[in-house]
Design a protein around this ligand. Structure first.
Ligand code: NAG
Ligand code: NAG
Ligand code: NAG
Length: 279
């Protein structure tokens, strides 16, 4: 019984062995040595060619790139608006400094790059005109924006940026977009969204506008010392406004090529944030 089964198993094994190496024909895995050599050579040449082609096209494409600016911008985008401190819900107890110190520290560290000593080293620019520097000279000159322009919101006179007195400062800035030249005279307009609440807002600089001399921006590498212009808004809240969630919307206005009412993107040219102060 067992003999009958062993025979075919034996045969099977021998054909399997023959497949691995057949001593009669000298074939290894069904191919002769020269056949294997040819097939290996073919794949070597084939993949070598593919690798070479890939390297060549990559190299050619990299030659056409500019270190300083993206090659393709599918649309001339409109910038988003952002605020500092970096939050959309400012909530704190004005009698408890531990509840607002992180906002104050954030503003202070953000404004370090705007320190007057650094900004004074820069070449002054002509207000109201674009700083066009389209020639090859690098690095590009960047126009000074001194934090002292932010007056009561500069942190120079009031190191608490108004947070301790319940009249907090918010900094508004526009995201950088390479090559953007705003038309007209872009300015920031903040409004209180909630019916019934009403308080003053004081802007620094008082003109509320982003001077055209800060545009266009040439990119991180070419425009190393560039700083974005800022508008500070001081919310002059009073006791009656405490404990309420106040919604404020700031929009960029006065410029026909800066969008501020896109249905799908609510940060395009505008920013909505809430403030709630307790005491
Ligand atoms: C605010 O902080 C003060 C002082 O710590 C405390 O007395 C008061 O109860 C706090 N107010 C609220 C609404 O938590
Ligand atoms: C590039 O432009 C700047 C300002 O317009 C000018 O001062 C500088 O000489 C120009 N450089 C070259 C190489 O043309
Ligand atoms: C600011 O926005 C409000 C509401 O959209 C508008 O009524 C007001 O006229 C704007 N202010 C300026 C100076 O454009």
């Amino acid at each position: 019984m067992s003999n009958k089964e062993e025979k075919p198993a034996d045969q099977n094994q021998s054909t399997w062995k023959d497949f691995i190496f057949n001593p009669r024909s000298g074939e290894f895995m069904g191919r002769t040595a020269s056949s294997w050599a040819l097939i290996l050579l073919f794949y070597l040449v084939f993949y070598g060619f593919l690798a070479g082609l890939f390297t060549l096209t990559m190299w050619v494409m990299l030659q056409t790139l500019d270190d300083n600016a993206p090659k393709y911008c599918d649309r001339v985008p409109s910038p988003g608006l952002v605020i500092r401190p970096k939050t959309l819900d400012i909530v704190y107890n004005k009698s408890d400094s531990s509840k607002y110190s992180h906002y104050v520290q954030h503003l202070e560290s953000f404004l370090q790059q705007y320190n007057d000593v650094d900004q004074d080293k820069k070449q002054p620019c002509v207000s109201g005109t674009y700083s066009i520097q389209d020639n090859e000279t690098l690095p590009k000159n960047s126009c000074p924006f001194k934090r002292s322009l932010l007056g009561q919101c500069s942190g120079l006179h009031d190191p608490n940026f108004g947070y301790s007195e319940g009249k907090p400062c918010i900094l508004v800035k526009m995201n950088r977009i390479i090559g953007l030249k705003p038309l007209g005279d872009p300015f920031i307009n903040c409004t209180i969204k909630k019916e019934g609440s009403d308080f003053n807002m004081v802007y620094f600089p008082a003109t509320k506008n982003f001077d055209l001399m800060y545009f266009p921006y040439y990119g991180k590498k070419a425009h190393e010392t560039y700083v974005q212009p800022l508008i500070a808004v001081k919310l002059m809240l009073e006791k009656k406004d405490y404990d309420n969630v106040i919604t404020v919307e700031c929009k960029i206005e006065g410029s026909s090529n800066l969008k501020n009412d896109d249905e799908r993107d609510k940060f395009l040219g505008r920013v909505i944030f809430t403030v709630k102060i307790t005491e």
